[in-house]
Design a protein. Sequence first.
Length: 579
Amino acid sequence: MQKTIPEVFFETAKKYSEKAALFYKKEGVYFPVTYKEFSDKVKIFSAYLQSAGVEPADKVAILSENRPEWIISDLSIMAAGAITVPLHTSFSADAICRVLEHSESKILIVSNAELLNKVLLSRNPILKIEKIIFLETPSAGQREIWGQKLISWQNIFSEQINQNFKIVSRDPEACCSIIYTSGTTGDPKGVVLSHKNFLSNAEAVSQAVSISDKDVFLSFLPLSHVLERLAGYYVPILLHGSAVAYAEGIKQMPQNLKEARPTIIISVPRVFEKFHDAIWDKVNASSAVSQKIFKWALKQNKKSFTYKIADLLAFKKVRDSLGGRLRLAVSGGASLSDQIERFFSKIGITILEGYGLTETSPVISVNRENDSKLGSVGKAIPGIEVKIAGNKEILVRGPSVFSGYFKNDFETEKSFDKDGWFYTGDLGFIDKSGFLTIIGRAKEMIVTSGGKNVWPERMENLLNNDKFISQSMIIGNKRKFISALIVPDWQEVEIYFKQNNLQLQEHSKLINSPILLDIFQKRLDEKINPNLHEYEQIRKFKILPQEFSQEAGELTATLKLRRHIIESHCQKSIEAMYS
């Protein structure tokens, strides 16, 4: 018999009642929340929501960074029979307004003053919101603006309204969440997902990846994104009785890794690239002897006796800097470079690259610990069918595939064929052993004016692997040649300038420095272009002073490029390369 997400949670919470479920950081220390405490809080908040008039199928939105209250809210909403609408904290005020209005959300849960101010900017269109539940203590000014509509989270829990709690029975195939895609190619669409969608995917992932109640996850990808929600929350909490610690943010990750000492992290390639660069920065800043030892260690065969010496002398120190217990990492959201994957494997950390979409809840395929192929995204997880169409598009069918887009029948009908296969929009191929490889996103394919097809993501990975490059974006659609926007790794640039006694300037001035332009031109000529077909080679480039950011709308929640936004912001720079 199928169950709903809250039903599964309460069973797990009862089984592991005295075990730590969550860890949150306060005043410099990580504090635990047991499964019993967690369960009690869900009951209290769900009872409050029901007493506040939340009915089955009502929508309740969450606008918050990762923290225990996020998942307490999610489970409470579902236990009340309602539907969770997660909002990315990186959304603009306008985007928040559009999602709240389109989703018909009745209640909004907001974590902090900064996000509450974003809501204030879109106040008029959210007058339909009946209550705003604020996780912080409201100020007098905030109470004056919002009046009785603003409810304090602390007050809800001080009243202890759980004696009337009763889980609302729902069909497992009923909608439990509407997730608005971050929109790399256009406006967000509301993906309708059910309890069955999520639970079938969580169970299939659990068969593909080994997880136990001894595991500790470090959560830092946004819970508003389906990858972290499924792999970093539903899988460990609902199915395994594992613990989840919440990182304070990407900048605090190095410190949080040492404090929480996770065994598993869920991430995206950009984060692993930053880890890789940080490790090399430490190596390069060490003594000449230490550098030689590390480089020697990387050359040792993993099956040899000398590798054990290498591990003891070099790699154990690196793993200790990441908490010392990290045994497994899962990468999704975009393609991971082979170089990064090989590097982490050599130092003793397995990265399993996978593939999925919001519409598939999300995991479609993943490499296994003992069955993987470099450059692929693994084999399909149990219960998921994958096939390749004549135009190389990846089609998917299975219990975790969504039912459609909320209030958007046109897009829903376009997304499925007559036999129920979902068009992913990604192109790829499956080899004889069943490993799926992604070529690129169909909408992101560049077609030059000469009719050549170019896949930008693969080329951007090549660029981003260069120590002087932090980010890049390939340009060339309907153009005569390929060019690139390049964001330098300014830390590496500054080190180089100091070592060579060159004058440093502000980044905005340095981007036009003949010395810096010459450095990048040589790296393109010697390291990048020789690995590309002639029609792919980067003929011109423009250096940018600042990184692409979520705040500017240039990156999605999982740090993928929103190409149309970047092109709009950099239009003058792009046109200058083709003039």
